[in-house]
Ligand binder design. Structure first.
Ligand SMILES: C[S@@+](CC[C@H](N)C(=O)[O-])C[C@H]1O[C@@H](n2cnc3c(N)ncnc32)[C@H](O)[C@@H]1O
Length: 283
């Protein structure tokens, strides 16, 4: 079964999923600002006589979303952008409508492979991707970036939120989590993105739940914590979704061969978001 086909198995459960599988509340203001094309100093105050939060340099511009991300589709609708979504799995494009606050009859849904998209060169002002690159094999990362660059306009920006690996050991992660009173989702994110869980740069979710039930037996997490983990990520584990990722330095080496990294941003609470950099990329 192809990795993307596994999504059809948990479209319904996507409602229960949350960060790091979906954008966090702390990340949304950053993604909002980037989609408006405004600088950090233009967010807070009334600037240019515009009421707070209404400044938007990208109204009417063309946005391409790599995937079916409901949060991005709502943002694109709210900011009056011309929204196109590219996803290889129709179930996701249609299924994610249930999670959208603003049904958008104008959005264009395109069933296609990100590695070979049916769009002209220099078609989009903005390209947004939420962990999309981590769904495909590492050996295709260059093709993915090359294709995103091809469809992006010269003055456009590519906002790529990706998973990067953490070279940390389990003991330190659990110690820090307990000291900082972090929840099981934090532990899941840090422990499972340790390089040792990525065999040839691939991590299987099925192994994750097995690993976590092992932590209960070792008394390192409680049954209640495990149950909370399964509530939010059980469906993704059962579908055995695969994730592909590299250490940050390795990943950025590949990024720089295709783009200029203008900014690397993180949701507020860096500790929580440290494995999920938001790259602002330019041609
Ligand atoms: C983790 S999401 C990534 C995108 C984003 N987070 C989302 O919510 O759509 C995975 C989505 O990527 C799609 N997908 C996986 N591989 C793909 C490919 N090669 N081309 C286009 N879509 C793909 C799946 O169908 C699924 O909807």
């Amino acid at each position: 079964m192809e990795n993307y086909q596994r999504y059809s198995k948990f479209v319904e459960d996507w409602k229960k999923a949350r960060f790091p599988a979906r954008p966090s509340e702390e990340e949304m203001p950053i993604l909002d600002r980037l989609m408006r094309g405004i600088e950090i100093n233009e967010v807070k105050d009334d600037v240019k006589g515009k009421k707070k939060g209404t400044l938007n340099y990208n109204q009417g511009k063309k946005l391409l979303i790599l995937g079916a991300t409901p949060e991005f589709r709502d943002l694109g609708f709210k900011l009056k952008l011309k929204v196109t979504c590219a996803d290889i799995n129709i179930d996701m494009l249609e299924g994610m409508k249930q999670l959208m606050e603003f049904p958008n009859s104008e959005e264009v849904l395109v069933k296609c492979d990100w590695l070979n998209m049916p769009f002209e060169d220099n078609s989009f002002d903005l390209v947004f991707a939420e962990q999309s690159i981590n769904i495909i094999e590492v050996e295709h990362f260059d093709d993915f970036l090359r294709e995103a660059k091809r469809v992006l306009k010269d003055k456009g920006i590519f906002v790529l939120k990706a998973i990067v690996l953490l070279d940390e050991n389990e003991e330190n992660i659990l110690k820090k989590a307990r000291e900082q009173k972090r929840d099981i989702i934090y532990i899941y994110d840090k422990v499972c993105n340790m390089p040792k869980h990525y065999i040839n740069n691939v991590r299987s979710h099925k192994d994750v739940s097995k690993y976590f039930s092992g932590l209960i037996k070792q008394g390192k997490i409680s049954q209640a914590e495990y149950d909370k983990f399964i509530h939010h990520f059980g469906a993704i584990c059962n579908a055995d979704l695969k994730l592909h990722a590299l250490l940050k330095e390795e990943f950025e080496k590949i990024l720089k061969t295709h783009f200029r990294i203008r900014e690397i941003l993180y949701g507020k609470d860096f500790e929580k978001h440290s494995l999920h950099p938001i790259y602002v990329l330019e041609k």
